[in-house]
Design a protein around this ligand. Sequence first.
Ligand code: MCA
Ligand code: AMP
Length: 501
Amino acid sequence: MSTNANIAAQFLAVAAEQGSKPFLIEHGETVLTFADLESRTGRLAARLQTLGGKPGERIVVQIDKSPDNVLLYLAALRLGIIYVPLNTAYTAAELAYFIGDAEPVVVVCRPGDELSVRELAGAARVVTLGPAGDGSLFDSIPENPAPVAHCGADELAVILYTSGTTGRSKGAMLSHGNLASNALTLKDYWRWSSDDVLIHILPIYHVHGLFVALHGALLAGATMLFHRGFDPAQVIAEFASATVLMGVPTHYTRLTATDHLTPEACRSMRLFVSGSAPLLAEAHQRFEEKTGHRILERYGMTETGMICSNPYHAERVAGTVGYALPGEEVRICDEQGSAVKQGEPGVLEVCGPNVFKGYWRNPEKTSEDIRADGFFITGDIATMAADGRVTLVGRAKDLIISGGLNIYPKEIEEAIDALPGVDESAVIGLPDADFGEAVVAIVAHQKGADVQEEAVKTALQDQLARFKQPRRVVVVESLPRNAMGKVQKAALRQEYARLLD
Ligand code: MCA
Ligand code: AMP
């Protein structure tokens, strides 16, 4: 039989070498050792089997971050069931869409959401898991562990939903091979070792926290100091016993804003990684002034994992995302996919073992976004220097990134346009000191209709996750359009640039 490409097998092999060393520490207490991973994920995988879980089926998970959530993820990988994690901020209306699309056999939700989730879940079994390990998932855990399923490299491990320009989220299908290749590349590139101690502050339903951070620690056999939320003072207090931190730019600007961030506080740290959103050169410099450390900025996407990274040993240049990672090929193209002249801006395309298997049950969108030669069209506009260093200069896609969370305006515009009295709307991102960008809606009312800011905000509350809801709604008579009839969002961004000051 060929070797097992199940990424859980790789994690468990590393765990076996680490024995009783702490794997997950919370508030200074060891919650899980590496040795616990084999037994705990084995029995939890067996529990998922009793719920009807099997390879190739889906498990949808919308729960708070906890050590048990980490175990549940690893148990799903072990069983070969496809793990579908969801942002806890999604409303019931959003969840209904994901469940309808993913057609899971099991849904795991927070205990308080059980009744509403049961109404949406159809034939799926619904079990609960709370932040203290409470809930029905642990009601009857079998004694005998389930074996690690044998998976090929192309078999799916995870589906991650990523919002789309069409307004509906698409499920990006990631295989065991996709996840393993990216994790192994980053382990070498960032010099992970079993001596590392990672401060884990990110949510574990997106690529950054679930793959880049968690997989890194698991493959290296490194200990994690686990945080369920982000408190800058608590994180800085842990620097003395840690070596690595990963965060989005909002984390770094909030850390820099405290008085406790000093070179002395960071003396045992070796690596600060930033990504998911642009890190302003000024934020980069302020962090270096306060700590003596240069943040390592990298760039990635849900569909591809990490694509580019600043180097570990050579120069980390603020405002750039570094070089294509080993094993990946990056090119800068025009809309037809032909390479632009060196140094000119164009759309960044990437090819490699990290590129996903396509969008779940959406072959049309898959073939639009992955070219026949295997290159994935990211929709990010970049330039590449003669030595291969990449700088992101814009986005071809209409995307807002707020605090590292991606928000596609179309979805919000569709919700607003359906409200009484609304003619049309344009949702834009305006600069925000904390989140980088904040969501603002410009709404044109129908002739004679009375549309009020507060009424629009209230109407969106049950429909959209909190982070997508507009900070401000500006009601206007009409939206500016260009000669082609397209709404001029750039003009709106300029006109309302000071709205949030
Ligand atoms: C919280 N709020 C937000 C956001 N987060 N609003 C807009 N954008 C956000 N990102 C809202 C809350 O609902 C609350 O609303 C108010 O802001 C204040 O919340 P606060 O307590 O300050 O927020 P927080 O809990 O401290 O969260 C901020 C955060 C968090 C820690 C920056 O957003 C976060 O963890 N972001 C990281 C997301 C991430 O993992 N991204 C990676 C995606 P109210 O008070 O009105 O109720 S993966 C990716 O992008 C690619 C692949 C890559 O390259 O990594
Ligand atoms: P997601 O939709 O969550 O997969 O987010 C991927 C997008 O985040 C990319 O297409 C970029 O637009 C953005 N992104 C990720 N890392 C960076 C970075 N270091 N700088 C700027 N944008 C980034």
